[in-house]
Design a protein around this ligand. Sequence first.
Ligand SMILES: Cc1cc2nc3c(=O)[nH]c(=O)nc-3n(C[C@H](O)[C@H](O)[C@H](O)COP(=O)(O)OP(=O)(O)OC[C@H]3O[C@@H](n4cnc5c(N)ncnc54)[C@H](O)[C@@H]3O)c2cc1C
Length: 475
Amino acid sequence: MPQSLSIVWFRQDLRIHDNPALNAAAEYDALLPIYILDDVNAAHWAMGGASRAWLHHSLTALNQSLDGRLQLFVGDARDIIARLLEEQQVDAIFWNRCYEPWRVQRDILIKQDLMGHGVTSRSFNASLLWEPWDVAKKDGTPYRVFTPFYQRGCRQAQPPRQPLAPPPRLRYHDVESDFAQPLDALGLLSTHLDWHQMLCNQWQIGESGADDQLEQFCDDRLVEYKLARDFPAIDATSRLSPHLHFGEISPHQLWHRIEHIASQAQSEGPAHFLREIAWREFSYHLLYHFPQLPEDNFNPRFDGFEWRKDDAALALWQQGNTGFPIVDAGLRELWQTGYMHNRVRMIVASFLIKNLLIHWRSGADWFWDCLVDADLANNSASWQWCAGSGADAAPYFRIFNPVLQSEKFDAEGHYLLRYCPELGGLPARLRHQPWQASEAQLQAAGIRLGIDYPKPMVDLKITRERALRRFKALA
Ligand SMILES: Cc1cc2nc3c(=O)[nH]c(=O)nc-3n(C[C@H](O)[C@H](O)[C@H](O)COP(=O)(O)OP(=O)(O)OC[C@H]3O[C@@H](n4cnc5c(N)ncnc54)[C@H](O)[C@@H]3O)c2cc1C
């Protein structure tokens, strides 16, 4: 009797638990687990440097969980799958769905190819609590505002399914493909070795790291989450975003774990955390229904806006040399750790868009390259939210003052000193705005403005008024 062979194609679901595609594939006599690095179809949205480094380690962890049987490929996924079908007697292919527009288009073509070959294929939902097409307004159109999306759309839809146990046994296909590649051949690690090492020191990458992270968060930080999540010096948020992005943990696992706690908790922390998870759902809802979200203004009124093209200013922002400590700390945190606190993401985005009048896409591109959690849905929706051009976005006149934000959310400057330690000799009040220090204070702190720490690159008041004038003209 010939053995039946299935392929499980891992994508943004680099885990064994709660993986419906893996469970389906494990029903066959033999299983071939694969991952394809498909920069060809991703094109402009090929992963950035930080994500690639994360992926390298995540694939290492997944391969260990699969007893070293994960086979890796590089190239156009459509060609790779066609070649695999020529090479092996494949009966079925299973995968979990992704929602990036380029992946949706590619997967439709692959499904058609498979049908032509008489190979069974099936995709599953493993990374969203609610499929974008299952949540709609009464008139059948997609939601554009978060609160009704969450309260009416999601909360009144079917509750998210329970997480699945992993397959009891995995029986692997024992033939290695001739064109499978070793992990190093994927070239995921930057030659900038220090940077890559720094990322590794900050994170425990892989499924067990994600589980540990969730447990620590539930034990230590969840109760205070609502109160503390806006203060970047406090380790108050879950830091699960890269684990969620790469699917090392599923939102279903998170949801049910936290909902159970929420039902017993006195604090508002768990319910507030579920709401943030729903913001992720909302971003995907938007990306699915408005696939042009990463490129075009969601609100076309912004199409006429005249952004400034200023590469020198953009470079100062990217390098964390703007002269505004909270902005610089955020961008330096991003570079050094592949992460930035949410409050600070909003501050640096507001500064780029409103004070420098540089297009939100330039900021989104930089985040795309540097964030370990770079995610097309969350990143595009969040940048457009900050710009005011997005769905349910911040109004144009909300322009964060980086000094006031810094004083409010990092009063002692503990966060900013982590990344701008050169300001440590100043009294707390002046760490937020070193240009206000007297010569004597600067001298006592050992700072020469413009040499040890930059002078402010713009005048906050003038640039705020300029932005208000320009954005108001659109309204
Ligand atoms: C300009 C800008 C760009 C952003 N780019 C990304 C990105 O590329 N990838 C990304 O995952 N998040 C992005 N965010 C959203 C948010 O900053 C991060 O999800 C969050 O900081 C991750 O840290 P955490 O896991 O500790 O969050 P927690 O506070 O612990 O939240 C838990 C989870 O909820 C989700 N979440 C939280 N806040 C948001 C939000 N505002 N929108 C959507 N989902 C949210 C994330 O999946 C997060 O992991 C961006 C925000 C801004 C303002």
